[in-house]
Design a binder for this molecule. Structure first.
Ligand SMILES: NC(=O)c1ccc[n+]([C@@H]2O[C@H](COP(=O)([O-])OP(=O)(O)OC[C@H]3O[C@@H](n4cnc5c(N)ncnc54)[C@H](OP(=O)(O)O)[C@@H]3O)[C@@H](O)[C@H]2O)c1
Length: 171
């Protein structure tokens, strides 16, 4: 059990889709910049499918991949066989990195398992409604409140308008 705050970071379409065919369904360079800023220097936990879709460890962060496959090996990443084990590993990585929080970076299966124990949700609402096969779980308004939001029109490199939303637990 980790004592550090657990932050879910995700880009979510209007229909809650986050991906399809094990890839992202939009190009949003503003969101990639925000993702980098939110995650830099911190441990990132992700599911094996999300790791496969990225294909390499993201620089400047420690990647922890969750898989049930006991033979999984990939250079430059840590591996865990449960969310609990991943959180323990992430806490140790955070200590080494001097990081104050742990990032959950997807995908749908991992967000769904992690949202119950999360301390903050950093959600980019993407103004699209693509067909996909991975979804962000419902954000229960009895548990979460929208603490901040910031709307943006699509800039260069963005396929759609978007809104940065920060959810915090209701007190
Ligand atoms: N829009 C966004 O912000 C965002 C962010 C990240 C990902 N995505 C998208 O999300 C999609 C991938 O999501 P997904 O739900 O299909 O897969 P995922 O959550 O990335 O990974 C699922 C895999 O994680 C492992 N796993 C899950 N729960 C586990 C547990 N309790 N213990 C051990 N291992 C566990 C299993 O790996 P094994 O099969 O190896 O056992 C499972 O197949 C892609 O389309 C990706 O592009 C979107």
């Amino acid at each position: 059990m980790t004592h550090l705050p657990i932050i879910l970071v995700a880009a979510v379409a209007k229909n809650n889709v986050i991906g399809g065919g094990n890839t992202l369904l939009w190009r949003l360079s503003s969101d990639l910049k925000r993702f980098k800023a939110l995650t830099w220097g911190k441990p990132l936990i992700m599911g094996r499918k999300t790791y496969d879709s990225i294909g390499l460890p993201l620089p400047g962060r420690e990647t922890i991949v969750i898989t049930r496959d006991r033979s999984f090996k990939a250079e430059g990443v840590h591996c865990a066989h449960s969310l609990e084990a991943a959180l323990d590993l992430a806490e140790a990585c955070a200590r080494d990195l001097g990081a104050a929080e742990i990032i959950i970076a997807g995908g749908g299966e991992i967000y769904t398992q992690a949202i119950g124990g999360a301390d903050r949700l950093e959600i980019t609402r993407v103004n699209l409604e693509p067909e996909g096969d991975s979804y962000f779980p419902a954000i229960d308004p009895r548990k979460w409140t929208l603490a901040a939001s910031e709307r943006h029109l699509a800039g260069p490199g963005d396929e759609a308008d978007f809104e940065f939303c920060v959810y915090e637990p209701r007190r």
